[in-house]
Design a protein around this ligand. Sequence first.
Ligand code: ATP
Length: 237
Amino acid sequence: MSSPPALELKGLTKTYGDKHTALSDVSLSIRPGEIFALLGPNGAGKTTLIGSVCGLVKKTSGKVFVFGQDLDEDPVRPRYQVGLVPQEINFDPFFTVAESLYIQQGFYGQPRDEARVREVLTALNLQGKANAITRALSGGMKRRLLIAKALVHKPKLVFLDEPTAGVDVELRRDLWTYVRKLAAEGTTIVLTTHYLEEAEELADRVGVINEGRLLLVEEKTQLLKRLGEKRLLVHFS
Ligand code: ATP
């Protein structure tokens, strides 16, 4: 039997208040292990889509399945397999880096695992910062901690909400390398971006969303063919 999609959305709709439809009848299936880029301008509905899967936004209608499990039937356990790197800082400024990660492990029903914390800190180039108070970290280190926090419970499906917005070239390059490594290890990645170049660089498939509607979903190679082979890719290596 083939494995279920990592994420499946069926007619996902979110209306804020009486009339503002942020997501309109979005259906999408994400394959296990792929890197999927959701491309769209400000206000397109990208963060609302992620929030609906991660439990931060209450959907108005439609269905969400994570690795085949219906979130309406069990809104908790399937989400243990999901990690989220949000746009905004979501850790307490007065805890240490390591404490923030232990809290996250507890939040996902896991025992304190010091070896795993060391592992993610090393992977994110934060070794030596375990005992630093988070508010004392530089902006780039805070970004790295956001990612470490999203990964410390070993999720199989990871959302990165505009991970490279406002970051410097070195961090962007590190991040791209790390996303590829995660995917090579079998983690499914969904990232949102405003930049076609980023989608081109990383994604297996690209979805374009605008005004809450998913306008197209295409293999990156197909999309590039349609846009023209000579398209200049941005490389930071
Ligand atoms: P960005 O790239 O700027 O982060 P986005 O694609 O992530 O944008 P969303 O943040 O999902 O877009 O917003 C989609 C629409 O829903 C926007 O018009 C936004 O103003 C609206 N919206 C988002 N959150 C709320 C909320 N809590 N209450 C009312 N409207 C909201």
